[in-house]
Design a protein around this ligand. Structure first.
Ligand SMILES: [Zn+2]
Length: 235
């Protein structure tokens, strides 16, 4: 047990990228302490501005390998490239400028956890809020958190195939906002100056109800992924 009363853990994304991490912080109440922060978990997202590309990269060795996603004759190369490119960044910036936020089109970035040990660690962290959790909570496929600037969706990425593992995915986008502030943010984002990084302004709050819903989601994914793993082992 940590005697300063603060618990903090980091959860990395499946892609292994160092700036693709989220941090959970919980202030554990000390005995005789009526700490107001003790019944929520703070979530900070560490991500980078990843839409930088101008031309898709392709592998010379894959030039005639039509099954490879790096083959320049494969349309997937261009689809994937577009999603991570400067062009998409401007599409999002213009949509945001005009106040159009549809979730699928304007996702800024996301992280994913699939590893069973990582999921178990997340599950145990969420248990800090168990003493404050409401008694009856239904199941959900996703939860939605918000900071000053962003909406953060946490959901089960279910590939719909029993052969593959599922993932707990986080995706975020700009919150709708009025007038000048929104225009300024859209322009900043378009020019690549709108990083979501280590700032306090991008703090999300997980309430006991969110934690309970999320725990159920995590538990579901752990169960599914354990089944997939044991099937793969027996093959
Ligand atoms: Zn990642």
């Amino acid at each position: 047990m940590n005697d300063i009363g603060m618990m903090r853990e980091y959860f990395g994304c499946e892609c292994g990228s160092l700036p693709h991490v989220f941090e959970l912080t919980y202030f554990k109440p000390r005995p005789n302490d009526s700490n107001e922060d003790s019944d929520i978990i703070y979530l900070h997202l560490f991500v980078e501005q990843w839409r930088r590309g101008i031309f898709p990269w392709f592998g010379w060795e894959d030039i005639f390998n039509f099954n490879s996603c790096y083959c320049p004759f494969n349309s997937h190369l261009y689809k994937d490239f577009y999603c991570g490119s400067i062009y998409k960044r401007w599409v999002i910036a213009i949509q945001h400028f005009f106040g159009k936020n549809t979730f699928d089109d304007t996702i800024l970035d996301g992280t994913g956890i699939m590893d069973i040990d990582e999921l178990k660690r997340l599950y145990h962290f969420l248990e800090y809020l168990d003493p404050y959790a409401p008694k009856e909570v239904e199941e959900a496929k996703e939860i939605m958190l918000e900071s000053d600037t962003y909406h953060l969706q946490i959901l089960i990425d279910d590939l719909g195939d029993p052969k593959f593992e599922d993932e707990i995915t986080t995706r975020f986008q700009f919150k709708p906002q009025k007038g000048l502030k929104r225009w300024w943010r859209a322009i900043k984002y378009g020019f690549g100056c709108c990083q979501t990084n280590y700032g306090i302004e991008d703090e999300f709050v997980i309430t006991p109800k969110d934690a309970t819903l999320l725990k159920k989601m995590v538990q579901k994914v752990i169960k599914k992924n354990e089944e997939v793993e044991s099937k793969n082992k027996s093959m």
